[in-house]
Design a binder for this molecule. Structure first.
Ligand code: WTA
Length: 631
């Protein structure tokens, strides 16, 4: 553990807030919720029927109203989005214009018979119409379910089947690395058997030629006919705002369901404390809206604060390695929030590139999504922040809604330690425990747990309360189990040490091993498969797959390609393995469970540990040889 500290802050010292939070976390969150605009106040801060939480019971609120309507008197001409297209196009969209567009699109949704509680699937590239569609859903009480535009038809199909969306919103295409990604065709393929999908709204982004069916309606036609005004629905605080599918340890992705009042309170507060947001700031979060970081800290949080932000359509290194710094310089960005994977890539390109740009407008830097290596942290601090910007390393998950561990330069100045997320946010009780749920001593690795409910927490998993209970609340009694290893040091600082379960983090993207394995096994020549992550200098982790073929099938380059193509087709390009190994058997326990712990240990060059339950030692030798080959 690196105990080098950096005393850098923004001069904020609100010691009272932490005191209040630790003496009574409910009245603390109660105070925070008052920062939002409610139609009717709540009469109970929290209704806690473990593990189901309802925050601000009795209150009515609307996310779109808090993002747009409340800013119209003072900020209607203020830029909300400074949009940078991949091919040098740019657009500035003000709060006033967003307000009009969102109201019009809300009327479009109503004209397509979308009602409160209905689900709407959104499969769009990073264009302003994506947040417009999300806010429009929120405005009328429809539940949006955004799917990352890199996912395949098969993935979309599963998600639409699960959410039973009656409308899908997509585009004729999206730009990625100079190519047009055919989104509409992917949607057509995904919904071909779904009669319950009544309409497909198509945004004309690339003006590409696309197949048109009777379900299709064009965005521009619908908007031309739409009325300009649509009042926001008064919704219960716990009304579902969205479903976002995410990978877990078993089978198909889970539909994480978030509510409204609690979620917005969490985002409003963390955006203020962590990012120290001011009216004059230009915020840039590089996350795609298809992931939770984009939902929370591109769409909802900045809008709650009436902030100006940059939104970028393409890949961070396209057309070349100068792209990010060019954007930061062009818009005089003040706050930059990105991933350790992106930083490792920029670092590899060399210092000359960022050094040739004027990045002097930056005042705060952040990272999210995976552990940051201390040397990358220091590079970010020196080369990008010129030793004057605090860095926030924010730990959270799709399920937590917003950050739970981060330094908070907008609240207090504490010494920073490269590689540590520092302290839990106020009002959240976090501990590190052993297998039996007992707190471990200082500097000892254990499991991270959250001991009380927090406002941004998921309501449940869509349509599966039982799974919600077993996945998150069954390992420890009345404690939320996120699936991460952590340790707490002598100063109470948290160090996140990676996933404790079978979830992979590839370039910061969450991918479940079970999902990948069932995809590989569905290839007709495959008998069995086990996948695991191995460390990678840039992506943090990359995927390695072990495949046992059916009897009589001989491995070949063609088969390897077929399996890779299948993964790309069924899940998406982000899940493609770096290496596929054909082996004759997998290391298993005598009861037949694949010993992934062994695969991981071999991959990390760690001691294999206790193998007394192993069925056949030869399987380990085979796997070991396979790894040695790549080293
Ligand atoms: C990991 C992304 C270390 C962690 C917001 C968590 C991190 C998972 C950090 C959730 C961080 C996220 N340091 N690890 N600062 N932030 N993680 O749902 O393993 O895509 O459980 O949410 O990412 O991934 P998800």
């Amino acid at each position: 553990m690196l105990n080098e500290t950096y005393d850098i802050g923004l001069g904020n010292h609100d010691t009272d807030l932490r005191k209040k939070a630790s003496s009574d976390f409910l009245s603390f969150w109660d105070e925070q919720a008052k920062n939002l605009t409610w139609f009717t106040p709540w009469n109970k801060t929290l209704e806690w029927n473990p593990p189901f939480a309802k925050w601000f019971v009795g209150g009515t609120i609307n996310a779109s109203y808090n993002a747009l309507d409340i800013h119209q008197k003072t900020r209607s001409n203020k830029p909300a989005i400074l949009w940078e297209g991949e091919n040098d196009e740019s657009r500035v969209i003000t709060y006033g214009e967003m307000f009009t567009q969102v109201q019009k699109f809300s009327n479009v949704l109503k004209s397509l018979d979308v009602k409160k509680g209905d689900r709407v699937t959104i499969y769009l590239p990073m264009v302003p119409e994506l947040p417009i569609a999300m806010f429009a859903c929120a405005r009328i009480g429809a539940i949006h379910t955004v799917i990352f535009s890199g996912f395949s038809a098969e993935s979309i199909k599963d998600r639409i089947a699960d959410s039973h969306s009656k409308v899908v919103i997509t585009a004729d295409g999206g730009y990625r690395r100079g190519k047009v990604v055919p989104l509409k065709e992917v949607v057509d393929e995904a919904i071909k058997d779904f009669d319950f999908v009544k309409h497909v709204v198509v945004l004309e982004r690339t003006k590409n030629k696309i197949p048109v069916s009777s379900k299709d309606k064009f965005w521009s036609d619908l908007m031309n006919d739409a009325l300009e005004s649509c009042d926001a629905e008064k919704l219960d605080s716990a009304h579902p705002l969205y479903i976002l599918y995410t990978s877990g340890t078993t089978g198909k992705p889970k539909g994480v369901l978030h509510g409204t009042g609690g979620y917005l309170t969490h985002l409003y507060s963390t955006f203020k404390w962590a990012f120290d947001i001011k009216d004059s700031d230009v915020f840039f979060c590089t996350a795609d809206i298809g992931w939770v970081t984009g939902h929370s800290y591109v769409v909802y949080a900045p809008f709650l604060h009436g902030a100006t932000q940059i939104m970028y359509e393409g890949a961070p290194d396209f057309p070349d390695a100068t792209r990010m710094w060019d954007i930061l310089q062009k818009y005089r960005a003040t706050i930059f929030y990105t991933t350790p994977t992106a930083l490792r890539m920029f670092m590899k390109f060399g210092d000359e590139i960022p050094n040739s740009f004027d990045l002097s407008s930056l005042r705060l830097l952040g990272t999210v999504g995976e552990p940051i290596n201390p040397e990358v942290w220091k590079w970010y601090f020196k080369t990008i922040g010129k030793e004057k910007c605090p860095i926030i390393d924010t730990w959270w998950q799709t399920e937590t809604g917003g950050m739970l561990i981060s330094s908070l330069p907008g609240l207090e100045t504490i010494p920073l330690k490269p590689g540590s997320g520092t302290l839990p946010i106020p009002g959240v009780d976090i501990d590190v425990v052993d297998e039996n749920g007992n707190s471990v001593s200082t500097n000892t690795k254990g499991y991270l747990v959250i001991k009380n409910p927090w406002p941004g927490m998921l309501l449940t998993l869509w349509g599966d309360d039982e799974k919600y209970k077993t996945v998150y609340w069954s390992k420890y009694e009345n404690c939320y189990y996120p699936g991460d290893y952590a340790l707490k040091d002598e100063d109470g600082y948290m160090w996140l040490l990676g996933r404790a379960d079978d979830v992979l983090k590839i370039a910061g993207h969450r991918i479940g091993t079970a999902e990948l394995e069932s995809c590989i096994v569905s290839h007709h020549d495959v008998a069995e498969s086990a996948v695991c992550g191995i460390p990678d200098d840039v992506k943090g982790e990359v995927i390695v797959a072990f495949v046992v073929l059916k009897q009589g099938i001989v491995d070949s380059k063609i088969l390897e390609k077929e399996i890779s193509d299948k993964i790309r087709n069924d899940i998406g390009a982000i899940a493609t393995p770096k290496q596929i190994y054909f082996v004759s058997k997998l290391p298993k326990t005598r009861s037949g469970k694949i010993m992934r712990r062994l695969l991981k240990a071999i991959a990390k060059n760690e001691k294999i540990g206790d193998v007394s339950t192993l069925e056949d030692g030869a399987a380990v030798t085979e796997v070991q040889n396979a790894f040695d080959e790549i080293q």
